[in-house]
Design a protein around this ligand. Structure first.
Ligand SMILES: NC(=O)c1ccc[n+]([C@@H]2O[C@H](COP(=O)([O-])OP(=O)(O)OC[C@H]3O[C@@H](n4cnc5c(N)ncnc54)[C@H](O)[C@@H]3O)[C@@H](O)[C@H]2O)c1
Length: 337
């Protein structure tokens, strides 16, 4: 069996590859794994270093929008797990062309090649942000899509293209929509690693607006386990929400991090709110729980403490990735969650 993992050098994709090549998903123990990654600022060879010696792993540096590259790696592929994307909301506010190119056009290029070469499963990794924002209750999978950010709009577009490939060409596509992930190897432009690395370097933690925006946090290991399950047992043409971690306001999240890092409230700096900042995300995970028997396993308190410890122990990994404090895209006061 051959598995093509796009974006396998990023945060979640590399976790999936590290797990896949070290026996965490026994149904794929014999699989050959090909990573296709463009190595943008978010792709990092160090994320795959722990499994670089695996005889089952091949890494191809290439763009999912490049038909020639995709047509080279796709023949013989049984399963595609598609992570590659531009993923940072704040960057999509600054300019969204790359989001539309990679997230929509790149996904289309992969789907077309998967259909042409007869792939037997395509897992399209998407986000709860496609639903928009919800004050009360949770979204089921058939809820209308009302994305607000340009990141979410590009992901929603790619979800629709993926599902249309199932209906039009009978490609066995599953779409997953997951809540906010946290864990090791996440780029320090994203909320938790930004907050943690700011505190570890004596900088204040920037908090958008009133800090009462709510996110559902799921450990990356729980997300990847759900993806392996959907790949093996999901029904083609179906969408699966993934979440059910811990709902927290950003203010509560910051309080927990201050406690873990022994810092006081003076280390929190309120900053102007993000444009089109969604108030709350919440996915209804009944379907994946009842149909596939999935439940998250990592308790948030333990996962967060382990994550903080990982960043404290891996300065050599994140120090070169820290944005410079001079302002502009990726400055120390920008945050995504
Ligand atoms: N991070 C989250 O909390 C979260 C939650 C739900 C869903 N998702 C989705 O999961 C996927 C992975 O997210 P992540 O946080 O690991 O992202 P990331 O930004 O850490 O990694 C993205 C990877 O894709 C690669 N890439 C970007 N453009 C490419 C292109 N044109 N061709 C080939 N490779 C390219 C990058 O080099 C990088 O390795 C994304 O599709 C995202 O929408 C993320």
């Amino acid at each position: 069996m051959r598995i093509l993992v796009t974006g396998g050098a990023g945060f979640i994709g590399s976790h999936f590859v590290r797990q896949l090549t070290t026996g965490a998903y026994p149904e794929y123990d014999d699989a050959e794994v090909i990573v296709l990654d463009r190595f943008t600022y978010a792709g990092n060879e160090a994320n795959l270093a722990p499994v670089a010696g695996s005889s089952r792993l091949r890494v191809v540096r290439g763009d999912i929008c490049d038909t020639a590259v995709v047509d080279t790696v796709m023949p013989g592929t049984d399963l595609v797990v598609h992570f590659a994307a531009e993923s940072h909301v704040d960057r999509s506010i600054a300019g969204a062309a790359e989001f539309v190119r990679t997230n929509v056009q790149g996904t289309h290029t992969l789907l077309q090649a998967a259909a042409d070469h007869g792939a037997s499963r395509f897992v399209h990794v998407s986000t709860d942000e496609v639903y928009g924002s919800i004050e009360h209750g949770s979204w089921p999978e058939d809820h209308p899509l009302r994305p607000n950010s340009l990141y979410a709009a590009s992901k929603a577009s790619s979800d629709l293209v993926a599902l249309a490939f199932h209906r039009t060409h009978d490609l066995p596509v599953c779409v997953t929509r997951c809540s906010n992930n946290y864990g090791p190897y996440q780029n320090p432009e994203k909320a938790i690693p930004l907050f943690v690395t700011n505190l570890l370097t004596g900088h204040p933690v920037p908090l958008y607006g009133d800090g009462r925006n709510v996110r559902d946090w799921l450990h990356v290991d729980d997300h990847c386990r759900a993806l392996a399950l959907v790949a093996a047992e999901g029904t083609p043409g179906e969408i699966y929400n993934i979440g059910g971690g811990t709902e927290l306001t950003n203010r509560d999240l910051v309080s927990r991090l201050l406690e873990l890092l022994d810092a006081g409230p003076e280390m929190v700096e309120q900053v102007a709110d993000r444009k089109a900042h969604d108030r709350r995300y919440s996915v209804d995970c009944t379907k994946i729980r009842t149909e596939l028997g999935y439940a998250p396993r990592v308790p948030f308190e333990q996962g967060l403490a382990d994550t903080v410890r990982w960043y404290a122990d891996h300065r050599d990994w994140w120090e070169p990735l820290r944005p410079q404090p001079a302002g502009g895209a990726g400055s120390l006061t920008e945050v995504s969650c």
